[in-house]
Design a protein around this ligand. Structure first.
Ligand SMILES: Cc1cc2nc3c(=O)[nH]c(=O)nc-3n(C[C@H](O)[C@H](O)[C@H](O)COP(=O)(O)OP(=O)(O)OC[C@H]3O[C@@H](n4cnc5c(N)ncnc54)[C@H](O)[C@@H]3O)c2cc1C
Length: 403
């Protein structure tokens, strides 16, 4: 019986295991995870779970008995330490000590880890990161009314954490070396919408400044300011966990390189989720997408590829965020340089609108803010790559499906 092994037991890995069984694979499935929690979803860790609104039980991908029920050998607290593609074997370390396990096919879903900052005081216990359940619980405990919180990084994690801290009546200052919020993710125009939202909730931004030192009670910034701080939360992006693949001789570069069927450069080894830098047929280039939907759909796509089915993985990248009472969904990757125009439908000031990023008259990305049930239509517009009529695009009376 063939053994399909999955290294990394989170959303992408667990969903891959599910797809293998759904497609009738009756060989062995070994799902190896370094964490001691069974696979869970991370978005609630900076939202409902951090705020104390969601129970831990609601974040898991599957119920506890699902794994045994589907004959999936889930091994938690087990880290893959080496891959030997020639021998089709992995070495693991876990509670039972080191062990070598043979595979027929291997899927890498090792995800990403927060980028760490190194400066005087950065190893103090008041300096916190957010990736796993325990991190979220640490932040929740720290966010007491009146706590002085400094957040380093005005990206998604930084801003969602800021919203949670403000919702708990903490005093929050955000440090961001770039001139605005979400510059790489949305560009300056839409990044400003989020900065204004936070300012309206009493958040102070210090753009052009980074944290250079933490002392109990304060963060010292690159501009020389001493900002009062009981805790410093660092959210400066995540790096792919691709060292294992690199050491095994697989091609890596900002993640494990794959083709559009999620095959790596090594035979019988696949990669999906945050760790994969995959050729995207729609965009015509490689992208590494660190978003929930990419783990949700990429794991299953890789599973089908492992089964030898024809796979062309080309979803329009999709992301969502909730901050205070703003909910948004974003399709496409609207980073600076990818667009030459922005068009709006709805009321931007009232925070009820759709923003479209266009390049030479075609929609390359779209974000619906407090407007719902339109993201599929936005994705179809992006996918069509057709020039659009701006007056119809921006007219709320024209259904998006008819633009
Ligand atoms: C706090 C937070 C909030 C987020 N919110 C959103 C959101 O609102 N919307 C959105 O679209 N996306 C969001 N994301 C991103 C989304 O959660 C990720 O894209 C998703 O978790 C990626 O899943 P993954 O399975 O690829 O990797 P991961 O979730 O990173 O899981 C990889 C797993 O592999 C394990 N692992 C690593 N190396 C090894 C090894 N050598 N051996 C064994 N196991 C190993 C890791 O411990 C981990 O459990 C958020 C992320 C975080 C951290």
């Amino acid at each position: 019986m063939p053994t399909f092994m999955i290294a990394g037991a989170s959303l992408a890995g667990a969903k891959a295991a599910e797809m293998l069984r759904d497609e009738g694979f009756d060989g062995e499935i070994v799902l190896l995870g370094a964490e001691t929690e069974r696979p869970y979803e991370r978005p609630p860790l900076s939202k409902g779970y951090l705020l104390g609104n969601d129970e831990l039980d609601s974040v898991y991908v599957h119920s506890e008995d699902w794994y045994a029920g589907h004959d999936v050998d889930l091994r938690m607290g087990v880290t893959v330490t080496a891959i030997d593609p020639g021998a089709s074997a992995v070495t693991v370390s876990g509670p039972g000590g080191p062990e070598t396990i043979l595979y027929d096919k291997l899927l890498l879903t090792t995800g990403a880890s927060p980028r760490r900052l190194d400066f005087p005081g950065s190893d103090r216990p008041e300096v916190l990161y957010l990736r796993a359940v325990a991190d979220s619980e640490r932040l929740r405990a720290a966010f007491q009314p009146g706590t002085r919180v400094v957040v380093a990084g005005a990206g998604w994690i930084g801003l969602e954490t800021t919203a949670a801290a403000r919702s708990n009546d903490c005093q929050v200052t955000v440090l961001e070396p770039r001139p605005g919020a979400l510059q790489d993710q949305l560009g300056p125009e839409l990044g400003a919408v989020f900065a204004d939202l936070h300012r309206a909730h009493g958040v102070e931004f210090r753009f052009g400044e980074r944290a250079v030192e933490f002392r109990p009670g304060m963060v010292i910034t690159s501009g020389g300011a001493h900002v009062p701080a009981d805790v410093l939360v660092i959210g400066v992006g995540a790096a792919p966990n691709d060292a294992l693949a690199a050491a095994a001789g697989l091609e890596v570069g900002n993640g494990v390189l794959t083709d559009s069927a999620l095959r790596t450069s090594a035979e019988n080894i696949f990669a999906a989720g945050d760790v994969a830098n995959s050729f995207h047929p729609l965009l015509g280039r490689r992208v590494r997408v660190e978003h929930w939907a990419n783990a949700l759909n990429g794991g299953p796509a890789a599973a089908r590829s492992m089964l030898g089915q024809p796979v062309q993985y080309d979803p329009v990248p999709y992301f969502y965020s909730d901050q205070y009472d703003l909910g948004m969904e974003c399709a496409g990757l609207p980073s600076p340089g990818t667009y030459d125009q922005i068009a709006y439908r709805g009321d931007r000031d009232a925070l009820e609108f759709i923003a479209f990023w266009l390049s030479r008259g075609t929609v390359v990305a779209g974000m619906n803010v407090n407007v719902w049930d339109v993201n599929d239509d936005i994705q179809s517009l992006i996918r069509s790559a057709r020039e659009v009529d701006l007056s119809r695009l921006t007219n709320p009376d024209t259904p998006l499906s008819e633009v």
